[in-house]
Design a protein around this ligand. Structure first.
Ligand code: DX5
Ligand code: ZN
Length: 234
């Protein structure tokens, strides 16, 4: 693995996993090389779907060592932060439109001992970052409208990744802390390289991972190898 491979990280979204075998599913993607478990929380209010909460996060926590990356698609945000921190979340990201006070919500995440991130829908401007960059550990760009797994990738995301990468690099050049640049939605083995070239380092993949055929009887190793092969030598 060359140096640039080490920075790339696949974060399987368990939204597309078999919920009846969730412990086994997260252990299997960790063994295949996942860098994070991406945990999609939907409230049927901020997004038109309903998924999982802190109890499920607590249940899977003992099954893996890798960080759990909780993506909150809920409004309001603040009341759930402490519960997810207690349930073992490592990262908590939320959408700026979903909270009345972005800086306060970020501070709540940090005070709860987690890493914090802001999530941008396809039409949400990146300017929300400008005055909170120093408090952020991750920027998540949605490459679909949030709410469902298995949607088609929105190509305009690639340009947005470039702009976000410039902002992050400028911040780091001014002495700022490192910030991961994550993309979420419709990521497959045939578009991951373009996102990496544009500057993304962390790739959420739900249906592409959990829907992949188990070609060698070793769970998800085949699809992980395909993802990593697509990122080699960039
Ligand atoms: C969508 C979620 C995504 C989703 C990705 O609202 O935030 O994490 O599960 O699924 P795929 O990879 O199938 O687009
Ligand atoms: Zn997500």
């Amino acid at each position: 693995m060359n140096k640039s491979m080490q920075k790339y990280c696949i974060a399987p979204s368990i939204l597309s996993a078999d919920f009846a075998r969730l412990g086994e599913e997260v252990r299997s993607v960790e063994a295949a090389g996942a860098g994070f478990i991406h945990f999609d929380v939907m409230d049927n209010h901020y997004v038109p779907n309903l998924t999982i909460g802190p109890l499920v996060c607590k249940a899977i926590r003992p099954h893996v060592k890798i960080p759990i990356d909780v993506h909150l698609m809920v409004s309001p945000v603040d009341s759930l932060i402490g519960d997810f921190a207690k349930a073992g979340a490592d990262y908590i990201t939320f959408h700026p439109e979903a909270t009345q006070h972005i800086d306060r919500s970020l501070q709540l995440v940090k005070d709860a001992g987690c890493k914090a991130g802001l999530v941008f829908n396809p039409a949400t401007p990146l300017e929300y970052l400008d005055w909170v960059m120093g408090k952020i550990d991750m920027v998540l760009l949605m490459s679909v409208n949030p709410g469902f797994g298995g949607q088609a990738f929105i190509p305009g995301t690639i340009e947005k990744v470039r702009v976000a990468r410039q902002k992050i690099d400028a911040h780091i050049a001014r002495g700022g802390q490192p910030i991961r640049l994550q993309v979420d939605g419709g990521i497959k083995t045939d578009n991951i390289a373009a996102l990496a070239v544009a500057g993304a380092d962390t790739f959420v993949a739900g249906s592409a991972v959990f829907g992949a055929p188990d070609a060698d009887g070793k769970g998800y190793t085949t699809v992980f190898k395909k993802f990593m092969d697509s990122l080699r030598d960039l």
